[in-house]
Structure formats: structure tokens, C-alpha cells
Write a protein that binds this ligand. Sequence first.
Ligand SMILES: CC(C)(COP(=O)(O)OP(=O)(O)OC[C@H]1O[C@@H](n2cnc3c(N)ncnc32)[C@H](O)[C@@H]1OP(=O)(O)O)[C@@H](O)C(=O)NCCC(=O)NCCS
Length: 177
Amino acid sequence: MTIEKLAVAGFDHFLAYLNDHLSDNGRGDTAYFQPLPRDASHFPAEKAEAFRNGLQIEVGQPGWRRVWVARDQAGAIAGHIDLRGLPENYTKHRCLLGMGVHRTHRQRGLGSQLIAHAENWALLAGVQWVDLQVLSVNAPAIQLYERCGYRKTGEIPNMFLLDGKHYSYTYMTRRLR
Ligand SMILES: CC(C)(COP(=O)(O)OP(=O)(O)OC[C@H]1O[C@@H](n2cnc3c(N)ncnc32)[C@H](O)[C@@H]1OP(=O)(O)O)[C@@H](O)C(=O)NCCC(=O)NCCS
């Protein structure tokens, strides 16, 4: 498995992977991991352009975003992690983390490897805190984050109404330095 930064040229391929990944959301054994109803579990087309552009925005400037993908031996995407700036002003020392591992590659340590990879980059980029939000029902992700040193900072009960049920939202953070 290799982990590499996503280049703009690879974005369309990445988006296809991401939409396949999102199709697991709230289905079968997979807990909801995105606050989207099952039938709307795809990356919103209107946000795709901002995502693509963010890859080229200087770190610290509004809208910046970086993505790393893990590739298997055949070159297929096996997992991803992304870091982006917070929307609020005066938060350049922080970033937001999002991630996922392809259904056929889970529970083999790839999620932990992706977090370590992104955090190393963030440290070099001068980021001091990594924040994230996770649906409270997503036990695998919360366990992964806790194992990697993330601590809960808050929770909004019943924040989302998805497919007729309420879901709470957990906020977590890790200080890198
Ligand atoms: C959450 C997710 C990224 C974990 O990735 P992964 O590659 O399977 O994680 P790892 O193999 O590195 O697991 C590391 C630790 O996470 C926890 N963990 C991972 N999967 C778990 C599961 N299904 N149940 C319980 N704990 C789990 C364990 O503590 C594990 O350590 P251990 O193997 O020593 O027990 C993956 O399940 C996934 O992509 N889920 C759907 C998308 C998602 O939830 N994204 C995060 C949104 S906030």
C-alpha cells in the first residue's frame, strides 16, 4: 500500500471512488458516517468544484484542502484522508479531518496509517490542532480516533434527522504540538 497526495489531475477518479465509498453510508453493517440520508449519500455536485479548487489553495488561505489516497498494488484507491481549513477567521492554526477506508480494506491498520501520514504533513505545515466531527453512532471511527489520541470536546444530541431517526454529532480534537 502506498500513500500519496492527490493531484488535481486525479480528482475525477477520486470523486468516483468517494461516491462509491459514500454508497455504504448507513447500509448493511456500516453505521452512518456522513450526515446524509441513504438515498442522498453522494458527494454534492455543487461542492465538487470547491473541493477540487481547494487542492490548489495555499495552506492557511480560505478554502484550502489537501487529500491523500492509499493505493493498492493495482493502483486502485483503498482509502483516503483529507485536511481542510476551518470556515471561521483566525483559525489558521487548526484544520478539520475527514477520512474513509474502502470496504474491502478495513480493520487492517490502514485508517491509523492514513491519520499518521496526514498528521506528519500537518505538523510540517505549522498546524497545531486537528479537529473532526463524527456521527456518535459511528463506533469504529470513534474507536480509531481515540486510539490515535483524539479526545471528545462535545456532542450535539439529535443533531441530524436521517431516514426517520435522530443522530447525535460528536466533536473531537487532537493537539499535535
Ligand atoms: C472508520 C474507518 C476509517 C476505520 O478504518 P480502518 O482502516 O478499518 O481502521 P484501522 O484498521 O486502522 O483500525 C484502528 C483501530 O480503529 C478501531 N476500529 C476500526 N474498525 C473498527 C470496528 N469495525 N469496530 C470497532 N473498532 C474498530 C479499533 O480500535 C482499531 O484498532 P485494533 O485493530 O487494534 O482493534 C473505516 O471503518 C471506515 O472507512 N468506515 C466508514 C467511513 C468512516 O466512518 N469514516 C470516518 C467518518 S468521521
